[in-house]
Design a protein around this ligand. Structure first.
Ligand code: PAF
Length: 273
């Protein structure tokens, strides 16, 4: 039986035992979140899920207002995956003193890719993740690789600020045709849904060409992308989001399909080029 709590007081009073895992979400849960919950369930005795659409990480022209809020369906998934506690606080409970004046700066790693396209996004993410770590007090926290730069920044924050938690990345879950699961996929109409698969197809084409080097990978990905999406960025990096080098690397993409902005990424191995 999953216990639903809404306030930090209720959360502090909720029973917990043994190793504690947290899965942080903004709700609108899908099978990608379920995969995180399953990993958490396998690992820890107490599993806490947070559901909070964090206003701090949305820009003024972004989708905070229309972001899907589906608490009943989310709770059903949490029950199914045997989460112990769902913490679904209000903004007033997370930010009782209003907009926080002190925030976590993501540093240089937060300036490229998503950080360049969405000013303030990673400051908002890291600030709320830091707060939620304090409120939930987990031993281990699970985050999806779908938000690869976010995961890298959370790992760096935990390291740089000596936070006492283990961070585990969980591979992206995809539709059978390759589309990465995302809460924002539900914004897509049928025609946009068909076009959205271009992102993962581009990454796969890039991965196939990566043996020839990062430039060739990017060229192949760009070619496979076609014209049905509006590209924001397509990038080749090393696994830590630095400049690509021979060996393990990452291809990352962000694009708009209609009015919906989607991101995806894939592990690749770069040849000499
Ligand atoms: O990935 C998300 O859903 C959010 O960025 C997170 C980590 C829950 C912080 O609001």
């Amino acid at each position: 039986m999953t216990l639903l709590v809404h306030t930090r007081g209720e959360l502090a009073a909720a029973p917990r035992s043994g190793e504690v895992a947290v899965v942080m979400t903004m709700g609108a849960l899908h099978e990608g979140h379920a995969a995180l919950l399953r990993q958490a369930r396998l690992r820890a005795e107490t599993v806490i899920v947070t559901i909070f659409v964090n206003p701090l990480q949305f820009g003024p022209s972004e989708d905070f207002g229309r972001y899907p809020r589906t608490l009943d369906a989310d709770l059903a998934i949490c029950e199914r995956e045997q989460a112990d506690i769902v913490f679904a606080p209000s903004a007033q409970d997370v930010y009782p003193h209003g907009q926080p004046q002190v925030r976590i700066s993501p540093g240089p790693l937060g300036e490229s890719l998503e950080g360049a396209s969405r000013p303030g996004f990673f400051t908002g993410v890291l600030t709320v993740v830091h707060k939620l770590l304090h409120l939930t007090r987990p031993d281990v926290a699970f985050f999806g690789e779908k938000d690869f730069q976010q995961l890298a920044l959370i790992i760096q924050m935990v390291r740089d600020l000596d936070l006492d938690v283990e961070v585990v990345g969980v591979p992206t879950v995809r539709e059978p045709d390759g589309l990465a699961l995302s809460s924002r996929n539900r914004y897509l109409d049928a025609a946009e849904r068909d076009r959205a698969v271009a992102l993962s197809k581009a990454l796969r084409a890039g991965a196939d060409a990566a043996v020839h080097g990062p430039d060739e990978a990017l060229a192949a990905a760009q070619k496979a992308l076609g014209e049905g999406v509006d590209l924001d960025y397509l990038a080749a990096t090393d696994p830590l989001l630095g400049p690509p080098a021979e060996g393990p690397g990452r291809l990352l993409i962000a694009a708009r399909v209609g009015s919906t902005r989607l991101i995806d990424n894939l592990a690749v191995t770069f040849g000499k080029g």
